[in-house]
Ligand binder design. Structure first.
Ligand code: UD1
Length: 420
């Protein structure tokens, strides 16, 4: 197993190029199940979660031809409709094949994803919406067995909670359904917006893109010709490297990014005293005299993303004063706290709220990554800790960060990937 070794107290300098967004790529790859053609996707990140989904599609009979950042996905020979436990257990987002498989074949089986490190994360809203569209859903032996022999029917869906993959799943199902589906309380994340835009450009009439009310006109089962497209930049990767600049109080420029997707993150960095300069596709963070404490509440887009919560908690340990971070989306997303405490952070937890008393002098030690974003918080803390930090179980990081150690090394971090 690999681990990362970092020498702390480094100052960073230079540019980091952002890769394509993992969370946009996943629904876009699942979307190829709806295609009539061989679909070309550009700017695909090199991360383990993408490989997991491609493996799932290959198991179902698709062929995937990847060269560097581009891939052709051909689902014309799909002949299997069962997403098995061995794959789904490694990545919850595998649930994204449920909507498109059911819409195309009228039946499928997808293993129930179950809980994960950051909480219970049910898929009840996905299932309820598909039932409303006429699907018969049964849970048997840990699998979701879905059937809709006469196809799915458009209807009016109101999500009780805003769900990102739930919205993506239902938009994809609705694309091949009979008639019109409306979704009230839809997710507005840029990743959902890109899925809707690509489907729209491929001939599916979708109204309300980027709003909480979507209306999708289905093809009544006819597969679609999907246009070539390039995945949007990863806003969470960009936000993480902005935090690397912030925590080391260095000047860093993030390139190949979209600042319009990072409004809430940039606003919080500015509140903490950093001067941020953006162009159309770059963001530069500049050092500040004093890092100020911050108050953060995680919410759905366009508010502050839960996927940036752990990184800001690491950053808040270096602020002068008391920061408060409230996690509203997931019940157990504070796994990084105990590891940060072991490095010397002064953090107290009360339910969904963390109080961070800065500034703490962090010291290096052996720490363990627990989930994807928690792991990046440990990398950030290690950048300023005195001494050598070893971060174990970095397979969590590899799920979502493309070449993290190379990108950080490129701006002067002393970071090595080693074998246990
Ligand atoms: C997606 C992102 C993840 C991010 C999260 C919130 C992907 C692949 N993952 O996850 O990185 O942290 O959005 O921005 O895009 N819920 C239910 N029932 C459901 C579905 C969701 O109760 O059927 C709850 C969840 O437990 C959670 C909240 O709704 O509390 C939001 O979850 P959701 O938006 O669905 O997260 P994901 O799509 O899994």
């Amino acid at each position: 197993m690999d681990y990362l070794q970092l020498q702390g107290s480094q100052s960073l300098k230079g540019k980091i190029k952002i890769s394509g967004a993992k969370n946009a790529s996943l629904p876009l790859i699942a979307m190829t199940i709806l295609a009539n053609n061989n679909v070309k996707i550009c700017n695909l990140p090199h991360v383990a979660d993408i490989n997991t989904l491609l493996k799932l599609l290959t198991n179902l009979g698709a062929s995937c031809d990847r060269t560097n950042d581009s891939i052709y996905v051909d689902t014309s020979k799909l002949n299997e409709t069962k997403a098995t436990y061995d794959i789904v257990k490694t990545m919850r987002a595998s649930i994204l094949v449920l909507g498109p498989l059911l819409a195309r074949f009228g039946h499928c089986e997808v293993s129930l994803p179950g809980g994960c490190a950051i909480g219970q994360r049910p898929v009840d809203l996905h299932l309820k919406a598909l039932e409303q569209m006429g699907a018969n859903i049964e849970i048997k032996n840990g699998y979701i067995e879905a059937t809709a022999p006469n196809g799915l029917k458009g209807c009016d869906i109101v999500f009780d909670k805003i769900t990102v993959t739930g919205t993506a799943n239902i938009v994809m199902a609705a694309a091949l359904a009979h008639g019109k589906t409306t979704i009230t309380n839809a997710a507005r994340e840029p990743e959902v917006v890109q899925l809707c835009k690509v489907l729209n450009e491929s001939g599916i009439k979708i109204q309300g893109i980027g709003t909480a009310f979507l209306s999708v006109r289905g093809t009544a089962g006819k597969l679609i010709d999907i246009v070539n497209f390039s995945v949007i930049p990863d806003r969470i990767e960009a936000g993480t490297y902005l935090c690397a600049g912030a925590i080391t109080n260095s000047k860093l420029t993030i390139t190949n990014t979209d600042p319009s997707h990072l409004g809430a993150v940039i606003a919080k960095l500015e509140e903490m005293g950093f001067c941020i300069n953006s162009t159309k596709n770059t963001i530069t963070i500049n050092p500040t005299k004093t890092i100020k404490p911050v108050k953060i509440v995680t919410r759905e887009y366009p508010a502050f993303p839960t996927d940036m919560q752990a990184q800001f908690m690491a950053l808040a340990t270096q602020a002068n004063g008391v920061s408060i971070i409230e996690e509203r989306l997931f019940e157990n997303r504070f796994m990084h706290v105990s590891e940060l405490q072991r490095m010397g952070a002064d953090i107290s937890l009360n339910g969904h709220t963390a109080t961070i008393n800065g500034k703490s002098k962090l010291s290096a030690t052996d720490v363990m990554a627990t989930d994807l974003r928690a792991s990046s918080a440990l990398v950030l803390a290690a950048l300023v800790a005195t001494g050598e930090t070893n971060i174990h179980r970095i397979y969590h990081l590899d799920r979502g960060y493309d070449s993290l150690e190379k990108k950080l090394e490129g701006v002067g971090a002393k970071i090595k990937r080693l074998k246990e």
